[in-house]
Design a protein around this ligand. Structure first.
Ligand SMILES: [Mg+2]
Length: 168
């Protein structure tokens, strides 16, 4: 028989993954919501995909939304939750990702990690490559902020998690 290794983490960004922007009129199904005075377009497909991902991963919010993800997204969009939240020392509120790396590294340690985000940069690639070189499975999944989390991303995630299953 086979037994799963420790369930990998899935770090989940919100803006550009579940809350879309730069919409071009061809966006996936979803709805506009007013959240704390701002309008957000939340996909309806992304939350379903997250529920499927939760069968393979331990989900963690990894977003400038921090606790606000749990405050709003399970109720408004039907995401899994409440989920653990990575807290960031600084949140510049702009579309770069390396500001998350220190806290992610501290949170994840040497656990296998997949990270889905619309704003991964060369620093993230270097972080993932360094972990991979040490034998720590690491997957970066990039989304288009006008499309968000799509079925092809879930397939990639499930294949990654499946590759961690070890023979007993
Ligand atoms: Mg984002």
């Amino acid at each position: 028989m086979t037994v799963p290794a420790d369930r990998p983490l899935l770090l989940v960004d919100v803006d550009g993954v579940l809350a879309l922007f730069n919409l071009d009129g061809g966006e996936p199904a979803g709805m506009w919501h007013m959240i704390e005075g701002f309008a957000y377009y939340l996909t309806s497909g992304g939350p379903s995909l997250l529920h499927e991902a939760a069968e393979h991963f331990e989900l963690v919010w990894c977003t400038g939304w921090e606790d606000r993800a749990n405050d709003h997204l399970p109720r408004l969009a039907g995401t899994p939750g409440p989920l653990p939240v990575i807290k960031f020392a600084r949140n510049p509120g702009r579309a770069n990702a390396h500001w998350k790396l220190d806290e992610i590294a501290a949170y994840a340690g040497d656990r296998p990690v997949a990270w889905i985000d619309d704003a991964l940069d060369a620093n993230c690639d270097a972080w993932a490559a360094e972990r991979t070189a040490r034998g720590v499975p690491t997957l970066l999944v990039r989304t288009d902020p006008s499309r968000g989390f799509l079925p092809a991303h879930l397939e990639e995630l499930v294949a990654f998690a499946g590759g961690l299953v070890v023979a007993d």
